[in-house]
Design a protein around this ligand. Structure first.
Ligand SMILES: CC(C)(COP(=O)(O)OP(=O)(O)OC[C@H]1O[C@@H](n2cnc3c(N)ncnc32)[C@H](O)[C@@H]1OP(=O)(O)O)[C@@H](O)C(=O)NCCC(=O)NCCS
Length: 387
C-alpha cells in the first residue's frame, strides 16, 4: 500500500481581520498565490500530474464560494480538478486527511491540500446565514436537540466553568502564546514556513500581524469578558479574527521516490471525534487518542504537540486530558493561534507547516496536530518527520 507523504508546504503570513495587512486580498487570489509559491518548491513535479486540489474553508460562501477549490485551481493555472470541504476550524486538516486517504486507497498519487479563510471578506457573504438556521435546532425548541448553533465564545465559557479553568490560568496561557510567538519571530523561525505576500501599497508582508510584544499579565487581567457578563474569556485569552492561506502537497511515497523528491514527513494516522457542541473545545482529547491508537503510539512517543489555540479555556483541559502539562515545552513551543491568529479554514494546514518546521528545528521525529471544531468535534493527525 502506498504511504502518503508531505513533500512541500507553506503559508501566507496571517493578517488581522478588518484592520490588518491582508484586508485587500481576495481569499481565492491569496490561496492561488500560496499554491503557486509552494509548487515552486518542487520543480520536479509536473503540475498537470496533480490528481485533485482539495480546499478547506470554514465558511465557503461569498468570495469563498463557487466551489473555491476549483476556482483556486483555475487561478493557479493548473489543469487540475478542485473541491471545497468544510469542517469549520479543521477544514484544511480534513483536506490533508482526504488526500492521505485517497493515496492509501490507491486512487491517485499527488494531491494539493489548501486551506484559506478571509474573515474580513465575510462582508461579501458567507455560507452561514443566520436566517437559514433550522428552527427545530434552535435552543428552546420542543425537539430538544443539542445546541448546534452555539457561539464558540459561549462554548469556551462553559468548558472553563466545567473544567475549572481560572481566568488567571487562561491569561497566563495567553501570555505564554504571545511570548513564544514573539521569540519565534525574532529567531526567524516562521520565515521557513511563510510565503511573503505583496501588498497593494508596494510593501511585502513577511510576518504575522498578530504577536503582541507589549502585553503583560496585568494588561491581560484588565480586559473585559468578551462573550458573557461576568465571564472569564477575553480578547487576550482567545484567538482573534484573521485572514490567511496555506498549502500542502501530499504525494505517495512511490511517486516521490520516482521523481527524486525528498519527503518532509509521513502522514502516520488521523483521528476524528464528536461530542456535545457546548464542549467542542475538548474535541482534541478523543481525536488524538484515536490517532495514537491507530499509530500504535502513546503520548510519550510524541516529540511535539500542536493543540490549536481557539481559546486558552479549551487548550488547557485538552492538554491535561492528553496527559500533557499545559506549560510543557513540547506543547505549542512557538506560540499558537491566540498570538498568531486563526483564519479558520487555513489553520489546519498552517499548523502542519509550523509542526514540521518545529520538528526540523528541534530534531524531533514525531508530531501531533489536533484541533477542536465548532458543532462539537475534534480532529487529529500524527506526522513522522523524514527530512
Ligand atoms: C474575542 C473577540 C470577540 C475579540 O474581538 P475584538 O474586541 O475585536 O478583539 P481584538 O483582538 O481586536 O482586541 C481588542 C483590543 O483588546 C486589547 N487586547 C487584545 N488582546 C490583548 C493582549 N493580549 N494584550 C493586551 N491587550 C489586548 C487591545 O486593546 C485590542 O485592540 P488593538 O488590537 O487595537 O490593540 C474576537 O477576537 C473573537 O471573536 N475571537 C474568537 C474567534 C472564534 O470564535 N474563533 C473560533 C474558535 S473555535
Amino acid at each position: 500500500m502506498p504511504e502518503p507523504v508531505v513533500v512541500a508546504c507553506g503559508r501566507s503570513p496571517i493578517g488581522r481581520a478588518f484592520k490588518g495587512s491582508l484586508v485587500d486580498w481576495r481569499p481565492d487570489d491569496l490561496a492561488a498565490f500560496v499554491v503557486e509559491r509552494v509548487l515552486d518548491r518542487i520543480p520536479a513535479l509536473d503540475r498537470d500530474a496533480i490528481d485533485d486540489l482539495i480546499c478547506g474553508c470554514g465558511l465557503p460562501g461569498g468570495e469563498q464560494g463557487f466551489n473555491l477549490g476549483r476556482i483556486v485551481s483555475i487561478l493557479s493555472r493548473l489543469n487540475v480538478p478542485g473541491t471545497t470541504v468544510t469542517r469549520y476550524c479543521a477544514s484544511s486538516l480534513q483536506s490533508t486527511r482526504m488526500a492521505a486517504h485517497a493515496i492509501r486507497a490507491g486512487e491517485g498519487d499527488v494531491f494539493l491540500s489548501v486551506g484559506v479563510e478571509s474573515t474580513t471578506r465575510y462582508q461579501y457573504g458567507t455560507s452561514d446565514i443566520p436566517s437559514c438556521r433550522n428552527p427545530r435546532l434552535e435552543p428552546g425548541s420542543t425537539d430538544r436537540y443539542p445546541d448546534i448553533y452555539i457561539q464558540m465564545g459561549d462554548t469556551a465559557e462553559i468548558v472553563a466553568e466545567r473544567e475549572r479553568v481560572s481566568r488567571e490560568e487562561m491569561d497566563r496561557f495567553g501570555l505564554r502564546s504571545q511570548e513564544r510567538a514573539v521569540a519565534a519571530q525574532d529567531a526567524g523561525f516562521f520565515e521557513r514556513e511563510i510565503v511573503p505576500v505583496p501588498l497593494q501599497d508596494g510593501r511585502v508582508m513577511s510576518a504575522d500581524d498578530g504577536p503582541r510584544r507589549n502585553t503583560s499579565l496585568e494588561k491581560l487581567a484588565a480586559l473585559e469578558p468578551a462573550f458573557r457578563e461576568g465571564g472569564s474569556v477575553t480578547a487576550g485569552n482567545s484567538c482573534p479574527l484573521n485572514d490567511g492561506a496555506a498549502a500542502v502537497v501530499v504525494m505517495s511515497d512511490t511517486r516521490a521516490r520516482a521523481l527524486g523528491i525528498q519527503p518532509l514527513a509521513r502522514i502516520v494516522s488521523t483521528g476524528l471525534s464528536a461530542l456535545e457542541p457546548e464542549r467542542m473545545g475538548l474535541g482534541p482529547i478523543e481525536a488524538s487518542q484515536q490517532a495514537l491508537t491507530r499509530a500504535g503510539m502513546t503520548i510519550g512517543d510524541i516529540d511535539l504537540v500542536e493543540i490549536n489555540e481557539a481559546f486558552a479555556a479549551q487548550v488547557i483541559p485538552s492538554a491535561r486530558g492528553l496527559g500533557i502539562d499545559p506549560s510543557d515545552d513540547r506543547l505549542n513551543p512557538h506560540g499558537g493561534s491566540i498570538a498568531l491568529g486563526h483564519p479558520f479554514g487555513m489553520t489546519g494546514a498552517r499548523i502542519l507547516c509550523t509542526l514540521l518546521n518545529g520538528l526540523q528545528t528541534t530534531g524531533g521525529q514525531v508530531g501531533l496536530e489536533t484541533m477542536c471544531v465548532g458543532g462539537g468535534m475534534g480532529m487529529a493527525m500524527i506526522l513522522e518527520r523524514l527530512a
